[in-house]
Ligand binder design. Sequence first.
Ligand code: ACM
Length: 662
Amino acid sequence: MRPLIPIALALLALPGLAAQDAAHTVMPVPRSITVASGGLRLDSTFTVAIRGHRDARLERAVNRAITRLEARTAQPMSHVIGSDNATLVLDVRSAGHAVPDLDEDESYRLGVTPARATIEAATVVGAMRGLETLLQLQAADKSGNYLQAATIADAPRFRWRGVLIDASRHFMPVDVIKRTLDGMSVVKLNVLHWHLSEDQGFRVESTAFPKLHELGSDGSYYTQQQIRDVVAYAADRGIRVVPEFDMPGHTTAWFVGHPELASAPGPYSIERRWGVFRPTMDPTRETTYAFLERFIAEMVTLFPDRSWHIGGDEVEPTQWKTSPTIQQWMTQNNVADVHALQTHFNRRLFAILERHGKQPVGWDEILQADLPAGAVIQSWRGMNGLTEAVKQGRHALLSAPWYLDHIKTSREMYLADVLPPGLTPAQQALVLGGEACMWAEYVTAETVESRLWPRLAAVAERFWSPAEVRDVPDMYRRLVVVSRRIEEVGPRHESHTPAMVRRIAGGQDAERLEQFLAYARPRGFGGRGTTQLSPLTRLADAAWPDPWTDWRMRDRAERAVAGDTAAARLLREDFTRMAGFRQILLEMEPRVPLARDGILLATASGRLAGVGTEALQYRIRGTLPTAAWRLRADSVIAATDGKTFGLLRPVGVEAVKVLLAR
Ligand code: ACM
């Protein structure tokens, strides 16, 4: 362990001014950005003009931007959009695709000088991306608000930058979906993958087969009018909506009303547990395809996107293997095994989709021998699905590193890349992009936004920005700002913790519990023993997935080791707070039963903080710890790092590891 660098040297090592000069808070980082000093003052004289192509969608986007600037500056601004000179001039060449499209040109150029701002774009969607960047250039000084002077040329690295919302395990009302779309537009995500059917719920109104939603949803489903409304709302923000009706597995909820689709006799009921279950569509009966033909013919009227997600994951083969009629059919038709049977099903399904002009997307399990060409493979079980797909000349999407329900940090998800090493340029070109997945076993409408944001903004940067943009401290510096800008448009990810904690405890107890949760993380996927019927309202549900304290402590530790005494002092305060939580929770527990969930973690955090405080002292004094102390410190790290304490996990482990590094 090195001692701290003396103060005089530390002062010389202060952050370089050149780096400070270039600082901006734009996320995702544009392809090219030069920030200049000065800026364009923002006040009630601000006006907007549109040159070139102009339409109602663009005008709505401009009006939303003006409204946000008005709110930030508390100054009224004109909503009359001119056609020539103005403070902000948009120059747009064309409408772009009528329905948001994979091949949309999203590029734009943005210039801000002290005199004016200009956005040039080939399409309306490109102009909208530019408007979001413009809004991120807003800053303030003692003279008031301004747009930071900058020259930007921007375009996405990947065409498909999505997020999956599972509205089936737990229903996500339209308001949540719309707020998510608003947040997505801030960070330039362009695909909502809407997971609409599952063992635990069928979530779309069907007039062709009303028993699907009537018996399969507990009354929580989207009406067709709501679906159209969401699709239009997304299109207004340049976002595609790709529906997923997962089949042939994950289909129990369909069978409550339509047991004839299943591979074994019913009756069926909505599944309440989490996992992979046996009910599976029967791929050997013509009636299955007649049903799907009619069902899809109805659903394509709601979802105009060219892509159509068929699911295809985790088919549990027991029903297929134990059905005499299915086994007999397989023998008669030379279908060798259950994988070949799923491919037979997919072949029939793809033919239906093709008749409706749809291109199938499926989870990587569908990539079996003889899968027809044309399907996009979404790789979730690792990188192999993606690599194998592009080697076969198929298009692919990557999701494996971005399972938001696994509660990894922004840092971990940010450092993963869409492209695995070793692909040829032609293979790389087949990778359309990535999708983060928000599976809903352990989130509800109340907690989902806090599991989406702000981590999804870091993922959005991975999908949009050049691959070389990988500076983690800089990402977190900007993420704090963009997180709050995302709350400005609707999502409630930062405010959800205080709100939930106030239900768990009132008065002073709420404040102290919130402080405790600033030093705690929820456990990742699984291990809770809950079902669809369990309330998700414990401390772990209120906790932020990647609280700011974790990277701040790590950052402080790195600065402290480099000789920054202010950082060392702040880090000691973190440790002191962590050391006090056990006593606070024990004292609170008789009044606040749910506080009990935190005691195991508070005990472990206290031990970690003790080691951290001592390690910091060794650094400051410049003395080396004894071998016995070192052993004890290592054992505390081993007992904390990656460990779960009930439903919670520790914060600050990385910081202590930095202090202990030799
Ligand atoms: C999946 O997570 N089963 C696609």
